[in-house]
Design a protein around this ligand. Sequence first.
Ligand code: SAM
Length: 262
Amino acid sequence: MKIDIVTIFPEFFCGPLDHGITRRAREAGLATIEVHDLRAFARDRHKTVDDRPFGGGEGMVLKPEPIFECIEGLKVASREGRNESRESVVLLSAQGKRFDQSVANELAALERIVLICGRYEGIDERVGQYLADRELSIGDYVLSGGELGAAVIVDCVTRLIPGAVGNQASTQQESFTTSSRAHNGEGPSSTCTSGGLLDYPHYTRPADFRGMEVPEVLASGNHEEIRRWRRRSALEKTLRNRPDLLERAELSDEDRELLGER
Ligand code: SAM
């Protein structure tokens, strides 16, 4: 996968992309990530990339020309000719569709993603209308720039590329993962796929830490009991923290039974 990031702060990405799975994926050649300085596409000697908003009002707006020229220079197909099952130009925006695990899965299946980071009051609307094919928000809050959002998307998508995570099965048993991706028939029988719920709780040694004990069942060696405990815990945690996910999830008869056991 090739990922291009367009930003006025290219140095921002030196930290986030140089650690852990993202770094390993780059080093293994699974992902190529290039950061492009938008100011390199400014036309004046002051490297101006923003201007005042038409109609008046607060703040400045990123101009369309440098962004269009930068993206055109990346040899991405024009929006009309773009094969959206292969490549996507994404505009980071608080007004976008919410980025979640299912969007991450969609992006991870592509060959190329271009991420455009806004700043100031935002980006000239024509970028979203005529250049980008997706507008994504990482949550219902306003950030001062799209860079953090782009880093979130790169991290989340990169770990879904086959081979990026040492044990690929672990990405199939995590929070929010729906059954289409989770059931490959190879998952360990002692764990459960989340089926769109939150993950079950994890513990490691010591079994007794300052009097806080690991649930006994996890050391029992009874795989069926462990599986049921994990599923029940995932259901309980989802009910407690994200009841909205529980409403959308397809619950099995066993799930209903486990919820009833509380
Ligand atoms: N005026 C905009 C609004 O009210 O929707 C906010 C602009 S924000 C200060 C500047 C830039 O930060 C945006 O152009 C966008 O790229 C990025 N940004 C802000 N919030 C975001 C979010 N929740 N998700 C993704 N990007 C965001």
